[in-house]
Write a protein that binds this ligand. Structure first.
Ligand code: G6P
Length: 609
């Protein structure tokens, strides 16, 4: 979704802004733009529909020199993705430039009011009302004008504004869209996401909703909309620049798939207690009594995180013998959820910023529920607002299609299941067996990754398919959903995931000669049932692609192609079966010549409803 970068300091702003925008490309966007001062008392703006390279290539040779600038990547909501609708937007006197993430919900009444006052609009966006409103209130102090404008705005925003008469200043505000400030040496940065800052500083400040910051080369100052001063802590970012670069990999998606042995290892370190068959999870903030009182667990998430939560729900029920519900965040938030004191809620989110997950979490907390976060991005809104939780430690995930976060989220929730199970009926022997199997996962994932070439062949065999079906049972039902999501996200091939037995209640109608059906069929207690489903596909001349354990001859005899994944604990198979599905999606998209890391219309972090 939209990205923001801003800079104030002695360096030339445009290269810093463009480089920052590139770091945010992964968020998904369809146009981009920059603004700085033109040296003649006006704002210089350059913006373009399309990719950041289109913006760069069309930039005038000599850009104005100034001490301040702001930039934006836009993911269209109001108004099509064209040059005029791209940000930054200007006030009618061209002295104020604004970039905005979020949605101005009352934009049409504000637009009518401003047009009645003679303001001419240049775009179809909701955002354009903001610079005009600021100009309406401007009396020589941008900060005051921004505050007065924001009093009239309903909706969500992360905004950065500048004024040509205050050339060393950025005014920044947040309400519902993430904003992080970067503190440099006689310079300040601002961005919607930390990756845009890492190359310049690791000292960051997270703005909260309702806060306004004024940035100058000397530093920053924060207040609320009523001018009360707010003291902010400066945090240290724990990301390294190499972690947000592709290195030797052709794409971030491939890099992140290959990082899974490492991310799983990192997720286990210091948490899996082999000697006791138990897990140590420091950040849950629950005392022993609270653990005993848990009667139900509810996992709230969207997208890939939802599938990781689904896979984890089987583990939680099995290991802890506690009922576990999985809720689509956008459904839960509007359902007036029934919240009870004995249910423990988890908001599962890679970014920690997904609007629906955040809103569902806030709604549950408002009703008195305890919500823990299962989050990757340290310092993100869900991490800050939850009652405690677990960081999944997968490292920055840049590709829009989530891969390593899936396995790391599943791991964090598995360790939670183990911990709570061990406080109840799970024996130390069973706990130790699980940890032994968890410790083997990094090497086993490497074994699967080593088969990338044969997986590539399989991916190439489905490129012409008009439909691909993914089937699995138990935790691998969630993997089937995730495999289908991955494939459609990056290759745009029509596909869906189903619980294997549900095939006969619908998708079987779509299976004909050569239809690819990808079965997740490890040698577990459900394998024989899945084999029957394979027979049903075979009888209809479907093309069976199986993910199975080595030497499973019954599966191999039925399958037209197969990928072997090592045997593991019955409950842990999704950690391994998902890997070839990620690779299939990657190779299919690549072979189709698609932009793997930035699929069309999708965004990494969905910060609007
Ligand atoms: C977007 C991303 C997905 C992600 C989902 C949930 O749709 O493209 O990859 O799974 O949001 O995001 P979260 O950050 O909450 O895990």
């Amino acid at each position: 979704m939209c990205g923001i970068v801003g800079y104030v300091g002695a360096k030339a702003p445009i290269p810093i802004l463009v480089e920052g925008l590139k770091r945010l490309e992964y968020r998904g966007y369809d146009s981009s733009g920059v603004a700085t001062m033109n040296g003649e008392g006006k704002v210089f703006v350059h913006k373009r529909a399309g990719r950041i390279r289109d913006l760069e290539h069309s930039m005038p040779g000599e850009c104005p020199k100034a001490n301040v600038g702001l930039a934006h990547t836009r993911w269209a909501t109001h108004g099509e993705p064209n040059d005029a609708n791209s940000h930054p937007h200007l006030s009618h006197d061209e002295k104020i430039a604004v970039v905005h993430n979020g949605i101005v919900e009352n934009h049409s009444s504000l637009r009518t009011m401003l047009m009645g006052e003679g303001v001419a609009f240049r775009s179809d966006t909701d955002t354009e009302v903001i610079p005009h409103l600021i100009a309406r209130f401007y009396e020589g102090d941008l900060e005051t004008a921004v505050k007065r404008a924001l009093h009239l705005i309903q909706g969500t925003y992360g905004i950065v504004a500048m004024h040509s008469e205050e050339p060393d200043k950025l005014v920044v505000a947040r309400n519902g869209s993430p904003i992080v400030l970067g503190v440099g040496d006689s310079e300040m940065f601002v961005a919607s996401d930390a990756p845009a800052l890492v190359a310049h500083t690791k000292q960051v400040v997270y703005l909260e909703d309702g806060e306004i910051a004024v940035l100058s080369p000397e530093g920053f100052r924060t207040t609320d909309l009523s001018d009360r001063t707010i003291q902010k802590d400066v945090n240290e970012l724990d990301w390294e620049i190499e972690e947000i670069e592709r290195g030797d990999f052709e794409h971030f998606m491939l890099k992140e798939i290959h990082e899974q042995p490492l991310s799983i290892d990192r997720g286990l370190r210091g948490r899996a207690m082999s000697d006791f068959g138990d897990a140590k999870l420091g950040g849950l903030n629950l005392d022993r009594r609270a653990f005993f009182d848990i009667k139900r667990v509810c996992l709230i998430a969207c997208g890939t995180s939802l599938h990781a939560a689904m896979a984890a729900s089987y583990l939680i029920e099995e290991l802890a013998r506690i009922p576990c519900a999985v809720e689509i965040a956008s459904e839960l938030r509007y359902r007036n959820p029934i919240v009870d004191a004995n249910t423990l809620y988890f908001a599962v989110s890679q970014s920690g910023e997904t609007a629906d997950t955040l809103a569902a979490m806030r709604e549950v907390r408002r009703k008195g529920g305890i919500v823990l976060g299962v989050v990757n991005v340290v310092g993100s809104t869900i991490a800050r607002e939850s009652d405690g939780g677990m960081y999944i430690r997968s490292g920055p995930e840049i590709a829009v299609a989530s891969t390593k976060a899936f396995t790391s989220q599943l791991l964090a929730l598995t360790l939670f299941a183990l911990k709570i199970g061990r406080m109840r009926d799970l024996s130390s022997t069973a706990g130790k067996q699980l940890i032994h199997a968890l410790n083997e996962l990094p090497d086993q994932i490497t074994t699967v990754l080593d088969q990338s070439d044969s997986v590539k062949e399989i991916a190439h065999s489905i490129l012409d398919a008009s439909y691909v079906l993914f089937l699995g049972r138990g935790g691998n039902y969630a993997t089937a959903l995730e495999g289908a999501l991955k494939l459609k996200e990056v290759s745009y091939i029509q596909c869906e995931g189903f619980a294997a037995a549900e095939m006969k209640h619908g998708p079987i109608a779509l299976i004909g000669d050569g239809t690819p059906v990808i079965f997740l069929c490890p040698r577990d207690h459900l394998r024989d049932k899945t084999l029957s489903n394979m027979e049903e596909v075979k009888a209809r001349k479907g093309r069976i692609i199986a993910v199975c354990n080595p030497g499973d001859e019954r599966v191999m005899a039925l399958a037209d192609a197969y990928i072997e994944v090592p045997e593991t604990h019955n409950l842990l198979t999704p950690f391994l079966t998902v890997i070839p599905l990620q690779l299939i999606a990657y190779h299919a998209a690549l072979a189709l010549g698609l932009d793997v890391d930035k699929p069309r219309n999708l965004a990494k972090s969905v910060t609007v409803e």
